[in-house]
Design a protein around this ligand. Sequence first.
Ligand SMILES: NC(=O)c1ccc[n+]([C@@H]2O[C@H](COP(=O)([O-])OP(=O)(O)OC[C@H]3O[C@@H](n4cnc5c(N)ncnc54)[C@H](OP(=O)(O)O)[C@@H]3O)[C@@H](O)[C@H]2O)c1
Length: 349
Amino acid sequence: MSTPQTQNAWLATAKGEPSEVLQLDESVPVPKLNCGEVLVKVQATALNPIGYKIMTLFPNFLIKRPYIPEHDLAGIIVDANGTEFQNGDEVFGFIPPQPSLKAHSGTLAQYTRISASHVVRRPINITPTQAAGIPVAALTAYQALFNVAHLKPEQHVFINGGSTSVGAFAIQFAKAIGCNVTVSASGRNEAFVRSLGADGFFDYTTGPLHARLASNPPSSKYHVFFETVGLLDLSLYTHSESYLTPGGTFVSVGAVESKAYEVSYIGKLLWTVFLHPRWLGGTKRTYKMIMVDNKRKDLEIVAQHVRDGKIKPLVDSVFAFENVLKAYERIMTSRATGKVVVRVDPEAE
Ligand SMILES: NC(=O)c1ccc[n+]([C@@H]2O[C@H](COP(=O)([O-])OP(=O)(O)OC[C@H]3O[C@@H](n4cnc5c(N)ncnc54)[C@H](OP(=O)(O)O)[C@@H]3O)[C@@H](O)[C@H]2O)c1
């Protein structure tokens, strides 16, 4: 199968909401490869909050526009370019925000280039549209729990936001090593998080969670508290001495919204979590932030968990390539349960 010179791709043409700035361009050059990169025919991509946050918040000095947005992909290698892969290999992975910003080559396109070290073979027990939603969210969950917070088998973990994509993968990883998992989600998602293995449940809509946890602490305090929503409010951390073990870790995905870039907020965050001395009343618990890292070794581990049936793909909805604006509408409600997927190749399962 020969690769065309040009392709269809969505371009973010200016800073703003997807509905205002995204345009489908039918003559975007298929990218040329650098050493170590492969060309992938994209079967499906999945949206992540960082995609629309970059589009709406990042000024032009941080990202050169127009660019092709998004990061996750499942696809077929059409130019292995002398790497370990063969043409025809079915893979999944993600383009980290940094290189894709510089090179303007995201995954909302029929073809994309990606470092060979950023993809692995797709497990055959899941389809491309299921696989596309795994890399960013599942790696974030895996790395937060195990690389950052060092969660151990049979420990107790609290996941704030068990129905976020990151949280729902985190429940599954923690259950896979026999942990006791308590989560917060809204009542309508209780059945969903319990189906993934959650043992304990709090409905976050019925009152401030930090106050409920502090006034009625668990008999066995949590070893890890994973905040997966991206809350600006730091109350869950500042009250955590009541429900997190002294050696435990509070790990957060970090807030990415316009207020999070204000100097006053950054100052408050730095003071609260890093600078306020414990002997002067600072919170006596460790705070860490996860920044997902495209480590091939971790992606292989995630893929093996999928092959073993320990991690299930989570798909909220699948949109056709032409309906990308509807897909953004869905993810931007912050109400999706699982991944919002875009089927780039109409024939992809
Ligand atoms: N640092 C990193 O490397 C990294 C990587 C990936 C993602 N992230 C961040 O992680 C966050 C989650 O991303 P995602 O893709 O997993 O999100 P998502 O799947 O789009 O999250 C949607 C879910 O969030 C739930 N939710 C909304 N507000 C909530 C609240 N206050 N408490 C509990 N649940 C709430 C909703 O449930 P209800 O409808 O029931 O409320 C819905 O099920 C985002 O802020 C994203 O930017 C960071």
